[in-house]
Ligand binder design. Structure first.
Ligand SMILES: *[C@@H]1O[C@H](CO)[C@@H](O)[C@H](O)[C@H]1NC(C)=O
Ligand SMILES: *[C@@H]1O[C@H](CO)[C@@H](O)[C@H](O)[C@H]1NC(C)=O
Ligand SMILES: *[C@@H]1O[C@H](CO)[C@@H](O)[C@H](O)[C@H]1NC(C)=O
Ligand SMILES: *[C@@H]1O[C@H](CO)[C@@H](O)[C@H](O)[C@H]1NC(C)=O
Length: 206
């Protein structure tokens, strides 16, 4: 009887140590709606070199382990999405040409409500930038530079008051009439801004 009790206590301790160790080494899995947002985002993309191979909910259920994704260790919420392709140089010419993502930015990304860093620079994202990104109210860093995107308005930026770094270059801002006023008034935290001035004044004629 005594032996059994000692054995039970021993097993309980092993178990406690195991679960303690587990909680140190792993983190909460990402929430289902955030995973779904990434899956929908991927559906709209041409991913020739397959950099998003790990974005497969059947083989890798925890999207915190997907390429480019960083989650909060405790809550599992996605804090950072970085799919940036580094700037061109001779060494990475080949990899850059094959690893770019092409396609439209799905408005579903706005479901990543806890996102602080979004870096999609250096790809071939094209078309109208979804104004729903204005729902990413925790965003501090937004880099969409070096894509083929344009905006109709920058009104949606007013939903991102914590934004410190904002890169849209080179982007066709010709349809964004109120951009300068907005940037001055709605982005009090902004420390860095990268904009291409190309096309801004295309309505001016002599
Ligand atoms: C559990 O961990 C403690 C230190 O964290 C260690 O002293 C103890 O021997 C461990 N117990 C077992 C059963 O592994
Ligand atoms: C999560 O934990 C790792 C170590 O396991 C640490 O390096 C990292 O900074 C933590 N990240 C956050 C967001 O707390
Ligand atoms: C994203 O990753 C690239 C390297 O792949 C790095 O240069 C860049 O600073 C990262 N962006 C953020 C916001 O961490
Ligand atoms: C932002 O989120 C709110 C509440 O979650 C929702 O009602 C609204 O439609 C969203 N707006 C955009 C532009 O996605």
């Amino acid at each position: 009887m005594t032996i059994i009790i000692i054995l039970l206590i021993f097993l309980a301790k092993v178990d406690a140590n195991l679960s303690h160790g587990m909680s140190l080494n792993s983190h909460a899995a990402c929430p289902e709606n955030e995973k779904q947002a990434l899956v929908n985002f991927k559906k709209g993309l041409i991913d020739e070199a397959n950099p998003l191979a790990s974005w497969d909910p059947h083989h890798h259920p925890d999207c915190c382990r997907w390429f480019g994704v960083v989650c909060d260790n405790m809550t599992g919420h996605i804090l950072s999405l970085n799919l940036s392709v580094p700037p061109l140089d001779e060494d990475n010419l080949k990899s850059r040409l094959t690893s770019k993502l092409e396609g439209k930015i799905n408005p579903c990304l706005s479901n990543l409500k806890h996102l602080r860093f979004l870096d999609l620079s250096g790809n071939q994202f094209e078309g109208l930038l979804p104004y729903q990104l204005g729902n990413l109210s925790n965003l501090q860093y937004l880099n969409l530079g070096d894509n083929v995107l344009y905006v109709q308005s920058l009104q949606w930026l007013s939903g991102i008051p914590l934004l410190k770094h904002f890169d849209l270059s080179p982007m066709d801002l010709s349809r964004a009439s109120n951009w300068l006023q907005l940037i001055n008034t709605v982005l009090p935290s902004l420390e860095e801004l990268h904009l291409s001035l190309v096309n801004l004044y295309q309505d001016l004629h002599c």
